[in-house]
Structure formats: C-alpha cells, structure tokens
Design a protein around this ligand. Structure first.
Ligand code: ADP
Ligand code: ASP
Ligand code: MG
Length: 406
C-alpha cells in the first residue's frame, strides 16, 4: 500500500465530464489499495475570470478581499469531485484551506505555506476516506483566507504530500510530462523521463508554468517524489529526481521563456559610485523586484545608460518610483518597453562545460535576433529579446542544442 497525493489542474476539471473522469482515476488508486489524498484547481478559466472581476471593481483592491474572491473557484471543484467520488461509491469529503487548516503567512495574493495540520485528515484516511482538498488556498494569521499565487495548487499538493509523508505526488495536467521546452510552441519539444529538482526549479522560475516555482522548492527541500503526467492519457510522465538518479546528463536539458518581463532604460545616468544603490534602493523599498541588469560602459566617463527588467505587473509602479526620484538620480531620459521576452537555456551540465552561452548567441545572431540584456547563473543563461521573436528564438535554440525530437 502506498500513500499518494494526486493533484488535478484546471483543464483536468474543466467540466462535469472531466470531473467524472478524474473521479475514476482516483477510484482506480483507491481500488488498488492505496491511501489517496486529492488536491484540485479551479475549473480552467475560472481563476482568470475571478481575478478580472476584482480588477473591474477596483484597481487598487484590498488583497484580503481579492483572496476571498479568487479562492472560491477551488471550493466548487473540491465539492463537485467529492460528489462524483461518492457517486462511484468512494467515501470522500471536501476540505477547504481553513478547515484543515493549511496555515500561511499574511502576504495575501502570494502567501507562503507555514504548516498543515494533518492529524484529523490522517485519521479519516486511515478509516478509508478520501480527502479532496481545495488547492491554492490557506488560512492567514489574520484568520482570513489567503491564496498562494497563480499556479499555487501545485504547491498545495506538494506541501500536503510532505505533511502526509506521502510516497508520491502526482501532478496531473494537460500535457503528459515536462518537455525540453513548451510543447505548445515548439512542436519538436521532447518529453523528459526525468529532470533534476535543480533544473525543474530553474525551468519553473524562468517561466515554464507546468509547475509553480514554490512547489519545486518545497519538493526539493522535503524530498517529495513528484511526477508530472497527463490526466487524459495513460502514459508515464516525468519524474523530478535527484541529480544522482540521472545517468546521461545533457549539457542543456531545457529552454524556458517568460513574457512576464518589461525593460526600463535610464539614459545618461551619472557614472559615479553609489548611483546603482540610489536607483535600486527606492525600487526595493517599493517591493519591486529587479531581475536582469546591464550597465553600459560610459564613453566620456561622466554618464552611462543603465538597463534592467522588472515584471510587467510592476512596470508602471517602477516608472513612477524612478520619476519621483529623478532629481536625486539625475538621468536624462527614461524609456520603457513591455514587448520583450526572456529566454533561458538550462542544464546542470553547464557547470562542467564551456561554450553554452556562445552557442546561444550564435544561434540567435543567425536568425537576426538582437539580444538586449544577458544574465547567467551556474546552470542557466538568459537573454532578453523582442517579444515578436519568441517562437523563432525558441525553435532556433532548441535545434542548436540538439534537443529536437527525431
Ligand atoms: P494546470 O492547469 O494543469 O496547472 P498549467 O497550464 O499550469 O496546467 O501548466 C501546463 C502548461 O505548461 C502546458 O499546457 C504547457 O503549455 C506549459 N509548459 C510550459 N513549459 C513547459 C514544459 N517545458 N513542459 C511542459 N509544459 C510546459
Ligand atoms: N486556480 C489557480 C490558478 O489558476 C491555482 C492553480 O490552478 O494552480 O492560478
Ligand atoms: Mg498550473
């Protein structure tokens, strides 16, 4: 007997037929003698709709009420799936975040999980009951509903698997595993049988939305065995594993992209010590994260251009902060560009191989794609290019690194 957490994403519970299909999958594991806990997302499109409604009502919404609204999608699917299971003769009940409780910090809209009290749930599971947990939601220290950030049901599932000491956490989605890059954009993307925690973490944080970044962090820290697989076909998925479990290490194992970035350039900033601190200090104070940064060499030793990226959502606020501090910073002009995409090549093999970045630059140059900003870390190289080139760049890089499916 194994203890398994199964998570079903939005497309897997998009309508009543699909929820019934999910119930059959859950029943199969139960019939095989396993102890199963289920985590569900809202029906596909529901969370977007809810977010949009809060925006239509008020732009600067109260984040606590935002959470009260957007968490509601998962309540519906948890209840419906529990009903579908009961209809199949499976003893099941729904659990909302506050009922468990799944406790989080108070950062509404992107709360972090602090603890899950599973005592009662374990008791019920031991009696043969299947808990159907509403993903994405928790209970804050202010005793109010919180949500875990977009894609947060993945994190609910992994956290529950850790808290229940589950043998496995299966993440069912609309693709049959983790691919070398987004299979919806690159037809030649290849499914990976295994990917390391580190690479998956980098892929997720660089934009591959197949798993929420925090869910991978959590899986890595608690050594949860995560599998990504399809809820529509019966095929083995992708296992997220330790590096030692991978024999054939590719230099580059995946390519991710993020359309979530926006670029700001400050033209002719004074070239003297303390200027970078003066610019990024106020941004940090406003809780705006800066990602990539490039500073040009100044030609006359007096002034230089400084380019950096923030998320698209923070762009307006960032520009406002910089304009308010213009007197202090003394730049001549400010330009902004939201039509950019960050493309990252990722692989643990990079640690021991040179020339990975060079190959990237050459492949993009051959397609006439201009690179605006570059940043690197131990296992990734990222570039910022014009958003219109997203598909062309992904396909060119996918071929250049020999990742294309035969
Ligand atoms: P769910 O609703 O099940 O949580 P998501 O939409 O959050 O599903 O994540 C699945 C999507 O992630 C896929 O449909 C795919 O377009 C996208 N994706 C991006 N990069 C990758 C990748 N490298 N491998 C697989 N899917 C990816
Ligand atoms: N329903 C939430 C979202 O769309 C959480 C999730 O699906 O993981 O972001
Ligand atoms: Mg998701």
């Amino acid at each position: 007997m194994a203890r398994i957490v199964q998570k079903f994403g939005g497309t897997s519970v998009a309508d009543i037929d699909r929820i019934k299909n999910v119930a059959l999958r859950v029943k199969r594991e139960v019939d095989a003698g396993n102890e199963v806990a289920v985590v569900v997302s809202a029906m596909a499109g529901t969370t977007n709709q809810l977010v949009d409604w809060t925006r239509q009502i008020s732009k600067l919404h109260d984040a606590r009420e935002y959470d009260a609204v957007v968490a509601s999608g998962e309540q519906v699917t948890a209840g419906l799936l529990a009903l579908a299971l009961q209809d199949l003769g499976v003893n099941a009940r729904s659990w909302l975040g506050w009922q468990i409780p799944l406790r989080t910090d108070g950062v509404h809209g992107k709360a972090r999980i602090e603890g899950i009290d599973t005592a009662l749930m374990r008791e019920r599971m031991a009696q043969g009951q299947v808990p159907v947990v509403a993903g994405f939601q928790g209970l804050g220290p202010d005793n109010r509903i919180t949500t875990l950030g977009r894609g947060g049901s993945d994190t609910s599932a992994v956290a529950l698997a850790a808290a229940l000491s589950a043998d496995r956490c299966d993440i069912f989605t609309d693709v049959d595993g983790v691919y070398t890059t987004d299979p919806r954009i690159v037809a030649k993307a290849r499914k990976l049988d295994k990917i390391t925690y580190e690479e998956m973490l980098e892929m997720a944080s660089q934009g591959a939305k197949v798993l929420q970044t925090r869910s991978v962090e959590m899986a890595m820290n608690h050594r949860v065995r995560v599998q990504v697989l399809s809820s529509f076909v019966d095929l083995p998925g992708t296992l997220v594993v330790d590096e030692e479990e991978i024999v054939e290490k590719e230099i580059v194992s995946g390519i991710a992209y993020s359309r979530d970035e926006a670029k700001i350039t400050l033209v002719r900033v004074a070239d003297r010590p303390g200027v970078a601190a003066a610019i990024f200090g106020p941004l940090a104070d406003a809780a705006i994260n800066v990602d990539m940064i490039v500073q040009n060499v100044s030609e006359d030793g007096k002034a230089t251009d400084l380019t950096f990226t923030v998320t698209k959502a923070d762009l307006d606020r960032a520009v406002k902060v910089l304009e308010e501090n213009r007197g202090l910073l003394g730049y001549e002009d400010l330009s902004r560009d939201a039509n950019v995409v960050k493309i990252s090549v990722i692989g643990v093999g990079m640690r021991s191989h040179a020339g990975v970045a060079q190959k990237m630059f050459r492949a993009l140059a051959e397609k006439g794609i201009n690179i605006m900003v570059i940043s690197t870390s131990e296992i990734k190289v990222s570039v910022l290019v014009a958003e219109d080139y997203t598909e062309l760049a992904l396909r060119a890089l996918h071929s250049a690194y020999g990742l294309d499916a035969a």
